[in-house]
Design a protein around this ligand. Structure first.
Ligand code: AMP
Ligand code: MG
Length: 488
Protein backbone atom coordinates (compact mmCIF):
# COMPACT_ATOMS: atom_id res chain seq x y z
CA UNK A 1 0.00 0.00 0.00
CA UNK A 2 1.44 3.46 -0.88
CA UNK A 3 2.47 5.61 2.04
CA UNK A 4 0.33 8.68 2.48
CA UNK A 5 0.52 11.38 5.09
CA UNK A 6 -2.75 12.13 6.86
CA UNK A 7 -3.84 15.53 8.08
CA UNK A 8 -4.09 15.67 11.86
CA UNK A 9 -6.39 12.88 12.93
CA UNK A 10 -8.81 13.35 15.85
CA UNK A 11 -8.62 10.87 18.70
CA UNK A 12 -10.34 7.67 17.69
CA UNK A 13 -11.56 5.11 20.20
CA UNK A 14 -13.46 1.84 20.06
CA UNK A 15 -15.16 1.37 23.40
CA UNK A 16 -17.63 -1.01 21.79
CA UNK A 17 -14.94 -3.66 21.48
CA UNK A 18 -14.72 -3.78 25.28
CA UNK A 19 -17.88 -5.91 24.99
CA UNK A 20 -17.49 -9.70 24.72
CA UNK A 21 -16.25 -10.58 21.23
CA UNK A 22 -19.54 -12.24 20.34
CA UNK A 23 -20.77 -8.68 19.65
CA UNK A 24 -18.38 -7.83 16.81
CA UNK A 25 -15.77 -8.91 14.34
CA UNK A 26 -12.56 -6.93 14.15
CA UNK A 27 -12.14 -6.45 10.43
CA UNK A 28 -11.00 -3.99 7.79
CA UNK A 29 -12.71 -2.48 4.79
CA UNK A 30 -11.71 -3.75 1.37
CA UNK A 31 -9.55 -1.16 -0.47
CA UNK A 32 -10.82 0.25 -3.76
CA UNK A 33 -8.81 1.17 -6.83
CA UNK A 34 -9.59 4.79 -7.64
CA UNK A 35 -11.60 6.57 -4.96
CA UNK A 36 -12.87 10.08 -5.56
CA UNK A 37 -14.78 12.22 -3.06
CA UNK A 38 -18.18 13.18 -4.45
CA UNK A 39 -19.59 14.88 -1.35
CA UNK A 40 -17.89 16.19 1.74
CA UNK A 41 -20.01 17.65 4.54
CA UNK A 42 -17.90 20.61 5.70
CA UNK A 43 -20.25 21.65 8.50
CA UNK A 44 -20.27 18.18 10.02
CA UNK A 45 -16.50 17.81 9.53
CA UNK A 46 -16.06 20.96 11.57
CA UNK A 47 -18.08 19.57 14.47
CA UNK A 48 -15.66 16.66 14.67
CA UNK A 49 -12.32 18.33 14.19
CA UNK A 50 -12.03 17.01 10.65
CA UNK A 51 -11.79 20.58 9.43
CA UNK A 52 -8.25 20.04 8.11
CA UNK A 53 -9.55 17.35 5.83
CA UNK A 54 -10.38 18.68 2.41
CA UNK A 55 -12.64 17.29 -0.26
CA UNK A 56 -9.90 17.31 -2.91
CA UNK A 57 -7.14 15.69 -0.84
CA UNK A 58 -6.08 12.19 -1.73
CA UNK A 59 -6.01 11.22 1.95
CA UNK A 60 -9.71 12.06 2.25
CA UNK A 61 -10.63 9.85 -0.69
CA UNK A 62 -8.41 7.01 0.50
CA UNK A 63 -9.45 7.03 4.13
CA UNK A 64 -13.17 7.62 3.61
CA UNK A 65 -13.35 4.84 1.04
CA UNK A 66 -11.65 2.57 3.56
CA UNK A 67 -8.66 2.05 1.28
CA UNK A 68 -5.89 3.13 3.62
CA UNK A 69 -5.97 3.33 7.39
CA UNK A 70 -3.87 5.41 9.73
CA UNK A 71 -2.11 3.92 12.76
CA UNK A 72 -4.16 3.24 15.85
CA UNK A 73 -7.50 2.55 14.21
CA UNK A 74 -9.08 -0.84 14.72
CA UNK A 75 -12.36 -1.09 12.79
CA UNK A 76 -15.04 -3.65 13.50
CA UNK A 77 -18.36 -4.94 12.21
CA UNK A 78 -21.22 -5.37 14.65
CA UNK A 79 -23.34 -8.44 15.24
CA UNK A 80 -27.10 -8.08 15.59
CA UNK A 81 -30.35 -9.78 14.77
CA UNK A 82 -33.77 -8.42 13.98
CA UNK A 83 -37.35 -8.95 13.04
CA UNK A 84 -37.57 -8.28 9.32
CA UNK A 85 -41.19 -7.84 8.25
CA UNK A 86 -42.12 -9.69 11.43
CA UNK A 87 -39.68 -12.61 11.03
CA UNK A 88 -36.71 -13.10 13.33
CA UNK A 89 -33.32 -13.36 11.54
CA UNK A 90 -29.64 -13.27 12.48
CA UNK A 91 -28.02 -10.30 10.78
CA UNK A 92 -25.00 -8.07 11.40
CA UNK A 93 -23.02 -5.42 9.54
CA UNK A 94 -22.88 -7.06 6.12
CA UNK A 95 -21.76 -4.01 4.24
CA UNK A 96 -20.80 -1.55 6.94
CA UNK A 97 -17.77 -1.36 9.22
CA UNK A 98 -17.38 0.97 12.20
CA UNK A 99 -14.09 2.86 11.83
CA UNK A 100 -14.29 3.91 15.48
CA UNK A 101 -15.77 6.51 17.80
CA UNK A 102 -15.01 10.21 17.66
CA UNK A 103 -16.09 12.90 20.06
CA UNK A 104 -17.66 16.10 18.79
CA UNK A 105 -16.79 19.53 20.11
CA UNK A 106 -19.16 19.04 23.05
CA UNK A 107 -17.38 15.84 24.02
CA UNK A 108 -20.26 13.61 22.85
CA UNK A 109 -19.26 10.23 21.46
CA UNK A 110 -20.34 9.18 17.94
CA UNK A 111 -19.72 6.11 15.77
CA UNK A 112 -18.24 6.73 12.35
CA UNK A 113 -18.99 3.95 9.95
CA UNK A 114 -18.14 3.16 6.35
CA UNK A 115 -21.17 1.96 4.43
CA UNK A 116 -20.52 -0.06 1.29
CA UNK A 117 -16.95 -0.89 2.30
CA UNK A 118 -16.82 -4.59 1.47
CA UNK A 119 -17.70 -7.94 2.93
CA UNK A 120 -17.62 -8.95 6.60
CA UNK A 121 -18.38 -12.23 8.29
CA UNK A 122 -22.02 -11.08 8.47
CA UNK A 123 -22.38 -10.50 4.72
CA UNK A 124 -24.15 -13.79 3.95
CA UNK A 125 -24.57 -13.72 0.14
CA UNK A 126 -24.15 -9.97 -0.18
CA UNK A 127 -21.20 -8.27 -1.84
CA UNK A 128 -20.73 -5.75 0.98
CA UNK A 129 -20.97 -2.90 -1.49
CA UNK A 130 -23.37 -0.05 -2.21
CA UNK A 131 -24.30 1.99 -5.28
CA UNK A 132 -23.74 5.71 -5.79
CA UNK A 133 -27.50 6.27 -6.11
CA UNK A 134 -28.27 4.66 -2.76
CA UNK A 135 -25.44 6.43 -0.92
CA UNK A 136 -26.17 9.87 -2.36
CA UNK A 137 -29.85 9.34 -1.60
CA UNK A 138 -28.91 8.57 2.02
CA UNK A 139 -26.75 11.69 2.09
CA UNK A 140 -29.63 13.86 0.84
CA UNK A 141 -32.32 12.34 3.06
CA UNK A 142 -30.29 12.21 6.26
CA UNK A 143 -29.09 15.80 5.89
CA UNK A 144 -32.66 16.91 5.14
CA UNK A 145 -33.80 15.14 8.30
CA UNK A 146 -31.08 16.94 10.27
CA UNK A 147 -32.27 20.21 8.70
CA UNK A 148 -35.79 19.42 9.91
CA UNK A 149 -34.21 19.06 13.37
CA UNK A 150 -35.38 15.47 13.70
CA UNK A 151 -32.87 13.09 15.32
CA UNK A 152 -30.96 11.23 12.64
CA UNK A 153 -27.71 9.65 11.67
CA UNK A 154 -25.70 12.04 9.50
CA UNK A 155 -23.53 11.67 6.42
CA UNK A 156 -19.99 13.01 6.39
CA UNK A 157 -18.80 11.89 2.99
CA UNK A 158 -19.70 10.01 -0.14
CA UNK A 159 -16.72 8.59 -2.01
CA UNK A 160 -17.03 7.06 -5.45
CA UNK A 161 -15.08 3.80 -5.54
CA UNK A 162 -14.33 3.68 -9.26
CA UNK A 163 -15.52 0.08 -9.20
CA UNK A 164 -18.71 -1.42 -10.55
CA UNK A 165 -21.30 -2.94 -8.26
CA UNK A 166 -23.43 -5.66 -9.75
CA UNK A 167 -27.14 -5.14 -9.20
CA UNK A 168 -29.72 -5.81 -11.91
CA UNK A 169 -27.30 -3.87 -14.10
CA UNK A 170 -23.75 -2.94 -13.19
CA UNK A 171 -23.73 0.37 -11.33
CA UNK A 172 -21.06 2.67 -9.95
CA UNK A 173 -20.07 1.92 -6.37
CA UNK A 174 -19.70 4.35 -3.48
CA UNK A 175 -18.85 4.38 0.22
CA UNK A 176 -20.77 6.64 2.59
CA UNK A 177 -19.50 7.69 6.00
CA UNK A 178 -22.36 7.44 8.46
CA UNK A 179 -22.19 9.27 11.77
CA UNK A 180 -24.47 7.99 14.54
CA UNK A 181 -24.80 8.38 18.29
CA UNK A 182 -24.26 4.65 18.13
CA UNK A 183 -25.32 1.79 15.92
CA UNK A 184 -26.87 -0.17 18.78
CA UNK A 185 -30.30 -1.28 17.67
CA UNK A 186 -33.32 -3.01 19.11
CA UNK A 187 -31.93 -5.93 17.08
CA UNK A 188 -28.66 -5.84 19.03
CA UNK A 189 -30.62 -6.61 22.21
CA UNK A 190 -32.64 -9.28 20.43
CA UNK A 191 -29.39 -10.87 19.33
CA UNK A 192 -27.99 -10.87 22.87
CA UNK A 193 -31.24 -12.22 24.31
CA UNK A 194 -31.73 -14.97 21.70
CA UNK A 195 -28.19 -16.07 20.95
CA UNK A 196 -25.95 -15.15 23.90
CA UNK A 197 -25.73 -15.67 27.66
CA UNK A 198 -27.39 -13.60 30.37
CA UNK A 199 -23.96 -12.17 31.25
CA UNK A 200 -23.51 -10.98 27.68
CA UNK A 201 -26.98 -9.41 27.65
CA UNK A 202 -26.09 -7.66 30.90
CA UNK A 203 -22.82 -6.43 29.44
CA UNK A 204 -24.66 -4.95 26.44
CA UNK A 205 -27.21 -3.32 28.71
CA UNK A 206 -24.55 -1.74 30.94
CA UNK A 207 -22.50 -0.54 27.99
CA UNK A 208 -25.52 0.98 26.24
CA UNK A 209 -26.92 2.57 29.39
CA UNK A 210 -23.54 4.14 30.23
CA UNK A 211 -23.23 5.47 26.73
CA UNK A 212 -26.74 6.79 26.16
CA UNK A 213 -28.61 7.04 29.43
CA UNK A 214 -26.19 6.94 32.39
CA UNK A 215 -28.83 8.34 34.75
CA UNK A 216 -30.87 5.15 34.57
CA UNK A 217 -28.10 3.38 36.45
CA UNK A 218 -28.93 5.40 39.56
CA UNK A 219 -32.58 4.36 39.62
CA UNK A 220 -34.24 1.54 41.52
CA UNK A 221 -34.75 -0.60 38.42
CA UNK A 222 -32.15 0.45 35.82
CA UNK A 223 -33.42 -1.85 33.06
CA UNK A 224 -36.94 -0.52 33.45
CA UNK A 225 -35.74 3.08 33.43
CA UNK A 226 -33.64 2.29 30.35
CA UNK A 227 -36.64 0.80 28.60
CA UNK A 228 -38.61 3.96 29.34
CA UNK A 229 -35.73 6.07 28.01
CA UNK A 230 -35.70 4.21 24.69
CA UNK A 231 -39.49 4.30 24.45
CA UNK A 232 -39.69 8.04 25.03
CA UNK A 233 -37.05 8.69 22.38
CA UNK A 234 -38.98 6.61 19.88
CA UNK A 235 -42.29 8.27 20.74
CA UNK A 236 -40.71 11.61 19.97
CA UNK A 237 -38.99 10.36 16.81
CA UNK A 238 -42.00 8.68 15.22
CA UNK A 239 -44.26 11.63 16.11
CA UNK A 240 -41.80 13.83 14.25
CA UNK A 241 -41.91 11.57 11.19
CA UNK A 242 -45.71 11.75 11.23
CA UNK A 243 -45.48 15.52 11.47
CA UNK A 244 -43.46 15.92 8.27
CA UNK A 245 -44.91 13.08 6.21
CA UNK A 246 -41.90 10.80 6.36
CA UNK A 247 -42.28 7.13 5.57
CA UNK A 248 -39.29 5.13 6.75
CA UNK A 249 -40.22 2.14 4.63
CA UNK A 250 -38.38 -0.61 6.46
CA UNK A 251 -38.99 -0.33 10.19
CA UNK A 252 -37.51 -3.71 10.99
CA UNK A 253 -36.21 -4.00 14.55
CA UNK A 254 -32.62 -3.96 13.28
CA UNK A 255 -33.36 -0.53 11.83
CA UNK A 256 -34.54 0.98 15.11
CA UNK A 257 -31.80 2.80 16.96
CA UNK A 258 -31.59 2.65 20.75
CA UNK A 259 -30.39 6.26 20.74
CA UNK A 260 -33.59 7.30 18.98
CA UNK A 261 -32.11 8.47 15.68
CA UNK A 262 -33.63 7.90 12.26
CA UNK A 263 -31.40 5.22 10.79
CA UNK A 264 -31.15 3.19 7.61
CA UNK A 265 -32.20 5.37 4.75
CA UNK A 266 -33.13 2.67 2.29
CA UNK A 267 -36.60 2.82 0.83
CA UNK A 268 -37.71 5.90 2.78
CA UNK A 269 -39.53 8.83 1.18
CA UNK A 270 -41.54 11.92 2.00
CA UNK A 271 -45.14 11.84 0.87
CA UNK A 272 -46.68 14.42 -1.44
CA UNK A 273 -50.38 13.57 -1.79
CA UNK A 274 -51.71 12.41 1.56
CA UNK A 275 -52.77 8.84 2.07
CA UNK A 276 -52.69 7.08 5.41
CA UNK A 277 -51.82 3.91 3.49
CA UNK A 278 -49.01 5.46 1.46
CA UNK A 279 -46.15 3.02 0.77
CA UNK A 280 -43.21 3.55 -1.59
CA UNK A 281 -41.04 0.54 -0.86
CA UNK A 282 -41.10 -2.02 -3.67
CA UNK A 283 -40.92 -4.96 -1.26
CA UNK A 284 -43.55 -3.79 1.23
CA UNK A 285 -46.36 -5.44 -0.68
CA UNK A 286 -48.69 -5.72 2.32
CA UNK A 287 -48.15 -2.17 3.47
CA UNK A 288 -46.75 -3.24 6.85
CA UNK A 289 -44.72 -0.04 7.00
CA UNK A 290 -47.31 2.30 5.45
CA UNK A 291 -47.41 5.89 6.71
CA UNK A 292 -50.15 5.48 9.32
CA UNK A 293 -48.86 2.11 10.54
CA UNK A 294 -45.62 3.59 11.81
CA UNK A 295 -46.88 4.34 15.32
CA UNK A 296 -48.20 0.79 15.75
CA UNK A 297 -45.05 -0.74 14.29
CA UNK A 298 -42.87 1.29 16.64
CA UNK A 299 -44.86 -0.16 19.53
CA UNK A 300 -44.44 -3.64 18.09
CA UNK A 301 -40.67 -3.12 17.80
CA UNK A 302 -40.49 -1.77 21.35
CA UNK A 303 -42.36 -4.84 22.54
CA UNK A 304 -39.50 -6.87 20.99
CA UNK A 305 -37.02 -4.76 22.95
CA UNK A 306 -39.08 -5.20 26.12
CA UNK A 307 -39.06 -8.94 25.61
CA UNK A 308 -35.29 -9.00 25.23
CA UNK A 309 -34.88 -7.04 28.47
CA UNK A 310 -37.18 -9.31 30.52
CA UNK A 311 -34.37 -11.15 32.34
CA UNK A 312 -32.98 -7.80 33.47
CA UNK A 313 -36.30 -6.32 34.59
CA UNK A 314 -36.67 -8.82 37.42
CA UNK A 315 -35.24 -12.25 38.27
CA UNK A 316 -38.79 -13.45 38.81
CA UNK A 317 -40.30 -13.96 35.36
CA UNK A 318 -43.86 -13.18 36.38
CA UNK A 319 -42.82 -9.93 38.01
CA UNK A 320 -40.76 -9.06 34.95
CA UNK A 321 -43.72 -9.69 32.64
CA UNK A 322 -46.01 -7.59 34.82
CA UNK A 323 -43.54 -4.69 34.75
CA UNK A 324 -43.19 -5.06 30.98
CA UNK A 325 -46.95 -4.98 30.43
CA UNK A 326 -47.34 -1.83 32.49
CA UNK A 327 -44.59 -0.11 30.51
CA UNK A 328 -46.09 -1.14 27.19
CA UNK A 329 -49.45 0.26 28.25
CA UNK A 330 -47.78 3.48 29.27
CA UNK A 331 -46.05 3.54 25.90
CA UNK A 332 -49.41 3.51 24.17
CA UNK A 333 -50.60 6.51 26.17
CA UNK A 334 -47.33 8.39 25.57
CA UNK A 335 -47.78 7.88 21.84
CA UNK A 336 -51.37 9.03 22.02
CA UNK A 337 -50.50 12.22 23.93
CA UNK A 338 -47.51 13.03 21.78
CA UNK A 339 -49.38 12.41 18.54
CA UNK A 340 -52.34 14.54 19.55
CA UNK A 341 -50.13 17.39 20.70
CA UNK A 342 -48.34 17.31 17.35
CA UNK A 343 -51.61 17.29 15.37
CA UNK A 344 -52.81 20.30 17.34
CA UNK A 345 -49.58 22.16 16.65
CA UNK A 346 -49.97 21.51 12.92
CA UNK A 347 -53.16 23.60 12.97
CA UNK A 348 -51.86 26.13 15.48
CA UNK A 349 -53.61 24.81 18.59
CA UNK A 350 -51.19 24.53 21.52
CA UNK A 351 -53.45 22.30 23.60
CA UNK A 352 -55.60 20.14 21.42
CA UNK A 353 -58.43 18.50 23.32
CA UNK A 354 -59.96 15.11 22.58
CA UNK A 355 -62.99 17.03 21.26
CA UNK A 356 -60.85 18.97 18.77
CA UNK A 357 -59.66 15.65 17.45
CA UNK A 358 -62.87 15.48 15.42
CA UNK A 359 -61.76 18.64 13.66
CA UNK A 360 -58.45 17.01 12.82
CA UNK A 361 -60.11 13.82 11.73
CA UNK A 362 -62.26 15.64 9.21
CA UNK A 363 -59.20 17.46 7.86
CA UNK A 364 -57.28 14.20 7.46
CA UNK A 365 -60.31 12.56 5.88
CA UNK A 366 -60.54 15.39 3.37
CA UNK A 367 -56.82 15.08 2.59
CA UNK A 368 -57.26 11.34 2.19
CA UNK A 369 -60.25 11.76 -0.17
CA UNK A 370 -58.60 14.43 -2.30
CA UNK A 371 -54.99 13.26 -1.90
CA UNK A 372 -54.18 16.84 -1.02
CA UNK A 373 -50.48 17.61 -0.76
CA UNK A 374 -49.47 16.93 2.85
CA UNK A 375 -46.90 19.72 3.09
CA UNK A 376 -48.78 22.36 1.13
CA UNK A 377 -52.13 21.91 2.83
CA UNK A 378 -50.79 23.31 6.09
CA UNK A 379 -49.07 26.18 4.27
CA UNK A 380 -52.34 27.05 2.56
CA UNK A 381 -54.03 27.01 5.95
CA UNK A 382 -51.34 29.29 7.36
CA UNK A 383 -52.00 31.66 4.47
CA UNK A 384 -48.48 31.67 3.04
CA UNK A 385 -49.17 29.71 -0.10
CA UNK A 386 -51.76 29.95 -2.86
CA UNK A 387 -51.48 26.83 -4.93
CA UNK A 388 -52.81 26.28 -8.42
CA UNK A 389 -54.44 23.10 -7.19
CA UNK A 390 -58.21 23.51 -7.52
CA UNK A 391 -58.97 21.25 -4.56
CA UNK A 392 -58.55 24.27 -2.33
CA UNK A 393 -61.66 25.76 -3.99
CA UNK A 394 -63.53 22.69 -2.79
CA UNK A 395 -66.50 23.55 -0.56
CA UNK A 396 -65.42 20.90 1.97
CA UNK A 397 -62.05 22.60 2.36
CA UNK A 398 -63.63 26.04 2.68
CA UNK A 399 -66.11 24.80 5.26
CA UNK A 400 -63.36 23.14 7.21
CA UNK A 401 -61.26 26.33 7.26
CA UNK A 402 -64.32 28.22 8.53
CA UNK A 403 -64.78 25.71 11.35
CA UNK A 404 -61.09 25.91 12.18
CA UNK A 405 -61.26 29.70 12.44
CA UNK A 406 -64.36 29.56 14.62
CA UNK A 407 -62.79 27.03 16.94
CA UNK A 408 -59.61 29.10 17.14
CA UNK A 409 -61.61 32.16 18.18
CA UNK A 410 -63.69 30.15 20.65
CA UNK A 411 -60.55 28.91 22.35
CA UNK A 412 -59.06 32.40 22.47
CA UNK A 413 -56.04 31.47 20.36
CA UNK A 414 -54.58 34.63 18.83
CA UNK A 415 -53.86 34.45 15.10
CA UNK A 416 -50.22 35.42 15.51
CA UNK A 417 -49.72 32.68 18.10
CA UNK A 418 -51.36 30.09 15.88
CA UNK A 419 -49.20 31.16 12.96
CA UNK A 420 -45.98 31.13 14.90
CA UNK A 421 -46.77 27.62 16.14
CA UNK A 422 -47.58 26.46 12.62
CA UNK A 423 -44.34 27.97 11.31
CA UNK A 424 -42.36 25.91 13.78
CA UNK A 425 -44.33 22.76 13.15
CA UNK A 426 -44.96 22.59 9.41
CA UNK A 427 -42.00 22.57 7.04
CA UNK A 428 -42.19 24.53 3.81
CA UNK A 429 -39.63 22.22 2.25
CA UNK A 430 -39.15 18.47 2.29
CA UNK A 431 -36.99 16.47 -0.11
CA UNK A 432 -39.74 15.55 -2.51
CA UNK A 433 -39.25 12.39 -4.54
CA UNK A 434 -39.04 13.98 -7.97
CA UNK A 435 -36.48 16.51 -6.71
CA UNK A 436 -34.35 13.77 -5.15
CA UNK A 437 -34.49 11.84 -8.42
CA UNK A 438 -33.50 14.91 -10.40
CA UNK A 439 -30.55 15.53 -8.09
CA UNK A 440 -29.44 11.90 -8.46
CA UNK A 441 -29.73 12.04 -12.25
CA UNK A 442 -27.45 15.08 -12.21
CA UNK A 443 -24.87 13.21 -10.13
CA UNK A 444 -24.85 10.44 -12.72
CA UNK A 445 -24.16 13.05 -15.38
CA UNK A 446 -21.19 14.30 -13.38
CA UNK A 447 -22.92 17.34 -11.88
CA UNK A 448 -22.87 17.35 -8.08
CA UNK A 449 -23.91 20.98 -7.64
CA UNK A 450 -27.65 20.22 -7.70
CA UNK A 451 -27.25 18.00 -4.63
CA UNK A 452 -25.19 20.72 -2.94
CA UNK A 453 -27.98 23.25 -3.61
CA UNK A 454 -30.52 20.77 -2.38
CA UNK A 455 -28.63 20.26 0.87
CA UNK A 456 -28.32 24.02 1.26
CA UNK A 457 -32.09 24.41 0.88
CA UNK A 458 -32.65 21.55 3.35
CA UNK A 459 -30.90 23.51 6.07
CA UNK A 460 -33.79 25.93 6.55
CA UNK A 461 -36.95 23.93 5.88
CA UNK A 462 -39.17 26.05 8.12
CA UNK A 463 -38.39 29.36 6.42
CA UNK A 464 -41.27 31.22 4.76
CA UNK A 465 -40.03 33.39 1.93
CA UNK A 466 -41.48 34.73 -1.27
CA UNK A 467 -40.14 32.73 -4.15
CA UNK A 468 -39.53 29.67 -2.09
CA UNK A 469 -40.48 26.56 -3.94
CA UNK A 470 -43.08 24.81 -1.79
CA UNK A 471 -44.58 22.05 -3.88
CA UNK A 472 -45.07 23.98 -7.06
CA UNK A 473 -43.30 21.50 -9.23
CA UNK A 474 -44.97 18.34 -7.95
CA UNK A 475 -45.57 16.40 -11.15
CA UNK A 476 -49.10 15.89 -12.38
CA UNK A 477 -50.53 12.78 -10.77
CA UNK A 478 -48.18 13.21 -7.82
CA UNK A 479 -45.88 10.31 -7.14
CA UNK A 480 -48.37 7.50 -6.73
CA UNK A 481 -46.25 5.10 -8.79
CA UNK A 482 -42.95 6.10 -7.28
CA UNK A 483 -40.98 3.14 -5.96
CA UNK A 484 -38.08 2.92 -3.56
CA UNK A 485 -35.70 0.05 -2.92
CA UNK A 486 -33.89 -1.56 0.02
CA UNK A 487 -30.52 -3.23 -0.40
CA UNK A 488 -29.04 -1.15 -3.17
P1 AMP B 1 -30.92 -3.30 5.51
O1 AMP B 1 -32.05 -3.66 4.60
O2 AMP B 1 -30.00 -2.27 4.93
O3 AMP B 1 -31.37 -2.97 6.89
O4 AMP B 1 -30.00 -4.60 5.61
C1 AMP B 1 -30.42 -5.80 6.17
C2 AMP B 1 -29.24 -6.72 6.34
O5 AMP B 1 -28.69 -7.06 5.07
C3 AMP B 1 -28.11 -6.15 7.15
O6 AMP B 1 -27.54 -7.19 7.91
C4 AMP B 1 -27.15 -5.67 6.09
O7 AMP B 1 -25.82 -5.62 6.57
C5 AMP B 1 -27.31 -6.73 5.02
N1 AMP B 1 -26.97 -6.23 3.68
C6 AMP B 1 -27.67 -5.35 2.93
N2 AMP B 1 -27.06 -5.13 1.76
C7 AMP B 1 -25.93 -5.89 1.74
C8 AMP B 1 -24.88 -6.11 0.80
N3 AMP B 1 -24.84 -5.50 -0.37
N4 AMP B 1 -23.90 -6.97 1.17
C9 AMP B 1 -23.91 -7.60 2.36
N5 AMP B 1 -24.87 -7.44 3.27
C10 AMP B 1 -25.88 -6.61 2.98
MG1 MG C 1 -30.42 -2.16 8.40
Amino acid sequence: MPSLSFPSFPLVEATYTSLPNSFFQVTKPTPVTSPEVLFWNDALALEFQFSHWKKQEEATARFFSGSILPEGIEPFAQAYAGHQFGHFTMLGDGRTIVMGEFKNKNGERFDFQWKGSGRTKYSRNGDGRATISAMVREYIMSEAMAGLRIPTTRSLAVVKTGEAVLREDPQEGAVLTRVAKSHIRVGTFEYAYQALSLEELEALFLYTARRHAPDVLNTENPALAFLEFVMRRQVSLITNWMRVGFIHGVMNTDNMSIAGETIDYGPCAFMNGFSAKRVFSSIDVNGRYAFSNQVGIAQWNLACLTNSLLPLLDPNQETAIALAKTKLNELESWFHESYIRMLGEKIGFPNLTEKDLLLLQSLYQWMQDTEADFTNTFLVLEGVYSPKDTIYNDIRWKDWVKLWKEEKTKQGIRDEDAISLMQKTNPSFVPRNHLVEMALANVHQGNTSVVDQFIERSLSPYKREIGYDYGDEVPMGGDANYQTFCGT
